[in-house]
Design a protein around this ligand. Structure first.
Ligand SMILES: [Fe+2]
Length: 201
């Protein structure tokens, strides 16, 4: 899949989730939010790691790319703030609205301005290669996320966890240290996975 189609598919998915968020209520709303957060974190990660670096150099895309990084930062901060909430308060709802507006603006700017300019600045082969790299990184990250989430819940049950919302970078770094104890906790990991699912509701 080429880079543009991959990113556009992500955009449509998030749009759909935002419309679900509007109609959902109670804990179901928080679950939709968790999904939005996960999708956006994954999406911003592959863009920042693979797509944007390729667009920073060409003159046509330089400025828009720098702007895109900044827009991502705003979105990430909002996600962090919102994930602290246990239920959708009025303030949380307002943040959700701002989040959606920010994402919509960012998506529009990417699809209508950045992508056409990137198409002119990069070769077809480059666009295809970027798409493949992003797809691979997404899969790698998703595999890592399921691993670290089961590890997190295992840690939680051992009451060692400092923060459930540790950054993905730190989660990666803790893999090495966690691998030693994984054999110890492996018998309990299935159980804790189930209980983690329940407790998230
Ligand atoms: Fe983006």
């Amino acid at each position: 899949m080429d880079a543009f189609n991959l990113l556009k598919a992500d955009h449509r998915k998030v749009e759909e989730l935002f419309s679900q968020l509007e109609s959902a209520s109670g804990q179901a709303k928080m679950r939709v939010f968790e999904q939005i957060k996960m999708e956006l974190e994954l999406h911003t990660h592959i863009e920042e790691k693979i797509f944007y670096p390729a667009l920073e150099k060409p003159k046509q895309t330089h400025e828009l790319t720098l702007e895109a990084y900044e827009e991502h930062d705003v979105v990430k901060k909002l996600l962090q703030q919102m994930s602290k909430a246990k239920s959708a308060t009025e303030e949380w709802e307002a943040q959700a609205k701002v989040l959606q507006e920010n994402v919509e603006h960012h998506v529009e700017e990417e699809e209508n301005e950045l992508f056409p300019k990137a198409e002119a600045a990069l070769s077809e082969e480059q666009i295809e290669a970027l798409g493949e790299q992003m797809e691979a990184e997404k899969e790698r990250k998703q595999r890592g996320a399921t691993k670290s989430s089961s590890k997190k819940s295992a840690n939680k049950s051992a009451s060692k966890s400092k923060s459930a919302s540790t950054a993905p970078k730190r989660a990666r770094a803790s893999k090495k240290s966690g691998s030693k104890s994984s054999s110890k906790s492996s018998s309990g990991s299935k159980r804790s996975k189930k209980s983690a699912k329940k407790s998230r509701r």
